[in-house]
Ligand binder design. Structure first.
Ligand code: SME
Length: 155
């Protein structure tokens, strides 16, 4: 496996389209979930320079910080709390254009301005969420949802 990521410029969609087969190649043949989640975070961060990209994993009655790239973050999130805890509870994708307007948003960093959180399922059971944060407002839309979902499906 070649570990170097080929970074392509272009529209957001073009960037995802060039990135996804590379992520697929990186994950191929590796069964360790933590290793794969860690490389997904690194690949997304390298391509898009997101402020923060990471997984929170369901452990008992909380989400616990998993593999991520970016500044240090809160380690535990309760069900229904913040964007991640709400995505977990409601088992749905949440796109937040302005985090200050999301009731109960957990500000791990005041620099984070918008985010998208997607639930991660394994065998029909939610096992965590993928959280991607930007330091600019209104950075996420259906394009991110579609391709991030695709990336989660590769895990
Ligand atoms: N903002 C998130 C918490 C996680 S961090 O941003 C890394 C939330 O409200 O769930």
């Amino acid at each position: 496996m070649a570990e170097d990521l080929q970074i392509h410029q272009g529209s957001k969609e073009e960037q995802y389209i060039s990135l996804i087969p590379q992520i697929q190649a990186i994950l191929e043949g590796e069964s360790d979930a933590i290793a794969n989640m860690a490389n997904v975070c690194a690949a997304l961060k390298e391509q898009f320079h997101f402020f923060w990209v990471g997984f929170y994993l369901v452990k008992a009655d909380e989400l616990v910080l998993g593999p991520f790239q970016g500044p240090v973050a809160c380690t535990r999130i309760r069900m229904g709390r913040g964007v991640c805890g709400t995505s977990w509870k409601e088992e749905r994708v949440i796109i937040v254009p302005d985090v200050e307007k999301f009731p109960g948003h957990i500000a791990c960093s005041s620099l984070s301005k918008s985010e998208i959180v997607l639930p991660v399922f394994k065998e029909n059971k939610i096992m965590g969420v993928l959280d991607v944060d930007s330091d600019q407002y209104d950075q996420f839309d259906g394009v991110d949802e579609k391709y991030l979902q695709h990336i989660i499906d590769l895990l």
